[in-house]
Ligand binder design. Structure first.
Ligand SMILES: Nc1ncnc2c1ncn2[C@@H]1O[C@H](COP(=O)(O)OP(=O)(O)OP(=O)(O)O)[C@@H](O)[C@H]1O
Length: 597
């Protein structure tokens, strides 16, 4: 389905954005508009037939023909009106769908730096609530303005043809009302924008609250969170009511102007009938036209008011569409089974998350050969997880180079780079859905054999055996039906199913029980035999079995070596070992707690 042109600048006027969304459906829109116009034309013919009928009555002629014509026009009007309404609604829904698809595709490709600066709840409101407003803006605004405007001009032309003097009187009243409405319209826009922003803020508050409901309950913070969400909902209500007030005022000004026009035409027209300038049939026909003028005028005013709401939503949708995103690319094939493990190297990498934030990496340099396990340790905030974020190209360094297999990461196509890597985040996210969905997330084509092997490697096979529906058991929102250790192993199994040439494992800081820890250690050791494994290590069992340990401190690599070398040769590592995760014993070393933080 065609999408609007994303090269539009933020200053693109809302009407151009709207036309961009409507362009793919222009022909159905034109069809709907033509059908609406035909309805209007059938209505417009009625006064003329009425005049003939009155003339026929006055001259004692049969009125059967005129009556039949009137009935035919009324039926045709209703049928065409219904069809036109359906076509327009169909078009409007298609515009909403097109906008949603375009926005979702864009948001799923957002650069992580853009995600860091956004509120997911607000982005969600832009996809759901703001796009819904495009429906009304397409039918009511675009078509209303087009058909209402044309019907208005045609009605005025017919009125001019019937009596130019009375037409001048009517126009005077309409223009006076138009001036008042022109003052009201910008206020509708401002209130609508604020109402939609408040809906976004409500989404953001809700997302924050529901995403951490356990913590909020445990902190007894329900009331405070409730107040925050209520405040956003009330702000949206206040602004929507304000927009409704101005819209009602605009609509009623238009309605009032028509009644004023009706009375004025009755008075002036009556005088003209009395002087013999026009006959009574002409005055009746003219009054019917004034009556018919009401609908298109209301339609045009409604369209303008609706456009103000729609343009506020369009501006919010456009803001989201202009957030920086990665280029859309076809997914790259995963490494074939037994593919060579990758080598990774950092050379003098400097990086900060934003221009106004301090540097996180101040010239990080290290090299990891293919195969084996490399552990990253260091105090909390040293920049260990950031190493992984840079390898995944969630961010790019400001200076220095990162190479995979000797090739600069910027020379890799992002999807090809990521398909070579398996990444297990520290909090090991598990998505709602079944266990199977979660495992196959990174490789939907994995066959049953691969799946069983990954389950065995991560010691998940016994869990699957215990679950009521095995792999098809639903794991709950964010995997709440699994334990922390199980979630972690699911995340590792998911990463392994991608057959990565490089596995990035950000170890959970939480303590695992001895059985789980041993299971994970064996798993990682197995994997490191055939794959390059980098681990942000928080456990003794991990660092002691690592082939090399990279010690990071304050955004720099201060030492590289094995556990024993570093305990002897690096004071910071020795201190970390002694105080944070290791304690010396007579026969070597034993676990006291997790590595850091
Ligand atoms: N998305 C982000 N935006 C801004 N700053 C960030 C972001 N992520 C991390 N930081 C900051 O960068 C610094 C390094 O973070 P990083 O997560 O790499 O540390 P770490 O060594 O992995 O710490 P830990 O062991 O506690 O996980 C921290 O000071 C952190 O506050």
């Amino acid at each position: 389905m065609p999408q609007p042109d994303p090269s539009d600048s933020p200053s693109t006027p809302p009407w151009r954005l709207l036309l961009g969304y409507v362009r793919p459906y222009r022909w159905t829109l034109v069809l709907g508009a033509v059908l609406s116009l035909l309805t209007g034309a059938a209505g417009l013919a009625l006064p003329l037939v009425a005049r003939t009928l009155i003339d026929d009555l006055g001259h004692d002629r049969a009125i059967t023909g005129a009556l039949l014509a009137m009935s035919g026009l009324v039926v045709a009007n209703a049928a065409i009106g219904a069809l036109g309404g359906y076509v327009l609604r169909y078009t409007a829904e298609s515009v909403v769908l097109g906008a949603r698809r375009g926005l979702v595709s864009h948001l799923l490709r957002l650069r992580i730096s853009a995600v860091d600066r956004s509120e997911p709840g607000d982005l969600m409101a832009r996809i759901t609530s703001d796009t819904t407003l495009l429906r009304e803006v397409t039918t009511d605004s675009l078509v209303g303005l087009g058909t209402g405007g044309l019907t208005l001009v045609a009605t005025l032309a017919m009125m001019g043809f019937v009596d130019p003097v009375l037409t001048g009187v009517t126009l005077g009243v309409v223009l006076a009302a138009g001036t008042v409405i022109g003052v009201i319209v910008p206020r509708i826009n401002r209130a609508s924008r604020r109402a939609q922003d408040a809906v976004g803020a409500m989404g953001a508050s809700l997302e924050r609250t529901l995403g951490a409901l356990r913590t909020i309950k445990a902190s007894g913070a329900e009331h405070r969170e409730e107040r925050a969400v209520h405040a956003a909902a009330e702000e949206s209500w206040r602004q929507s009511v304000r927009a409704a007030k101005w819209s009602a005022l605009a609509g009623n000004t238009a309605g009032l102007s028509m009644q004023v026009a009706f009375i004025t035409v009755l008075a002036v027209g009556g005088a003209r009938v009395a002087t013999g300038a026009v006959d009574i049939g002409t005055l009746v026909a003219f009054l019917l036209y004034v009556f018919y003028l009401m609908a298109p005028i209301q339609q045009v005013v409604g369209a303008v008011a609706q456009y103000q709401t729609g343009s506020a939503a369009l501006a919010r949708i456009e803001e989201a569409r202009l957030l920086p995103a990665e280029p859309a690319a076809e997914p790259s094939p995963l490494p074939r089974p037994g593919a060579e493990p990758a080598a990774i190297a950092f050379e003098d990498v400097r990086f900060r998350y934003d221009d106004d934030l301090p540097y996180v990496h101040h010239g990080v340099t290290f090299a990891v050969p293919p195969r084996g396990m490399t552990a990253f340790v260091g105090p909390s905030g040293a920049g260990k997880t950031t190493v992984f974020s840079l390898i995944e190209r969630f961010y790019d360094p400001e200076q220095g180079t990162i190479t995979l297999d000797g090739r600069d990461l910027t020379d890799w196509e992002v999807s090809a780079l990521r398909s070579a890597i398996g990444y297990v985040e520290q909090d090991a996210p598990v998505l709602s859905g079944s266990l199977r969905d979660n495992l196959l997330l990174g490789n939907p084509d994995a066959d049953e054999g691969e799946l069983l092997r990954a389950l065995k490697t991560t010691r998940l096979d016994s869990l699957v055996g215990r679950l009521p529906k095995g792999l098809d058991t639903l794991v709950g929102h964010r995997g709440t039906k699994l334990s922390g250790g199980e979630r972690q192993r699911v995340a590792i199994a998911r990463a392994l199913l991608r057959r990565p040439r490089l596995l990035l494992l950000d170890e959970a800081t939480s303590q695992l029980d001895a059985v789980n820890e041993a299971a994970l250690r064996d798993t990682v050791a197995d994997v490191a035999r055939t794959t390059t494994v980098l681990v942000v290590a928080h456990r003794l069992s991990t660092v002691t079995m690592a082939d090399r340990i990279v010690v990071m401190d304050a955004g720099q690599v201060r030492a590289v070596g094995t556990h024993r070398e570093l305990v002897a040769g690096d004071p910071l590592y020795a201190e970390l070992a002694a105080t944070q995760f290791l304690a010396a014993t007579d026969d070597g070393l034993r676990v006291s707690e997790s590595v850091d933080s």
